[in-house]
Design a protein around this ligand. Structure first.
Ligand code: GLN
Length: 202
């Protein structure tokens, strides 16, 4: 039950560390062959233009898009959200394009766009949200999309079927809650098994 972390550029080590801390086997995804057999994937923050180019150069873009369209659970954070978005800005540019939202890159400005705040995310009252030159979700393009987080009046977290997207960096906080939320919704976090001796006596 391995979960992939796209490891072309950006904050992939931090995501892998959170997942490993939850006992999840992790594989770095750098080539299209690495996609074989993964049960979910995390797309980290970083620079979406660089990641998008590398996804194309290494032939990962198309097979990954197909896997997500077929239901592969995915969580994209910051640049990862931009990779997932169906629309980026006004010009119809896209990378994977599987998540029905329109995002704007660097919506808080390029230089002063980094800040930390606390807000409600899904079931969490007070989740620490780290924004680093973050995108904003300006429009939901499919009514089936669930809003998970709103920060200062702007949508910053969504779920659409098997796809989770966050504008901030949950991997840079001590709280693994959103990774757990993603894993549980995706059926990737089973209850701990009873020890064998307990099962036998039951
Ligand atoms: N500004 C970056 C982009 O447009 C995203 C920043 C991030 O992932 N922290 O891709």
């Amino acid at each position: 039950m391995t979960v992939g972390v796209l490891a072309l550029q950006g904050a992939f080590r931090e995501h892998a560390a959170v997942l490993r801390g939850l006992g999840i086997p992790v594989r770095d995804i750098r080539r299209r062959e690495d996609l074989q057999g993964i049960r979910g994937i995390v797309l980290p923050g970083g620079e979406s233009t660089v990641q998008g180019k590398l996804l194309r150069d290494f032939g990962i873009l198309e097979p990954l898009r197909d896997l997500i369209a077929q239901g592969l659970p995915v969580m994209g954070t910051c640049a990862g959200l931009i990779l997932l978005a169906r629309e980026i800005g006004e010009d119809g540019e896209r990378h994977l394009g599987t998540l029905p939202v329109r995002v704007f890159r660097n919506i808080y400005g390029r230089q002063l766009g980094s800040f930390v705040t606390n807000g409600r995310v899904g079931e969490f009252e007070n989740f620490r949200e780290v924004f680093i030159r973050a995108p904003g979700i300006a429009e939901i393009l499919d009514p089936e999309t669930e809003v998970l987080a709103v920060t200062n009046g702007r949508i910053t977290g969504v779920r659409y079927r098997n796809q989770f997207g966050f504008a901030f960096h949950p991997e840079l906080t001590a709280n693994p809650g959103l990774h757990l939320l993603f894993l549980k919704h995706s059926g990737l976090y089973p209850e701990p098994e009873l020890p064998a001796n307990v099962r036998q006596s039951a």
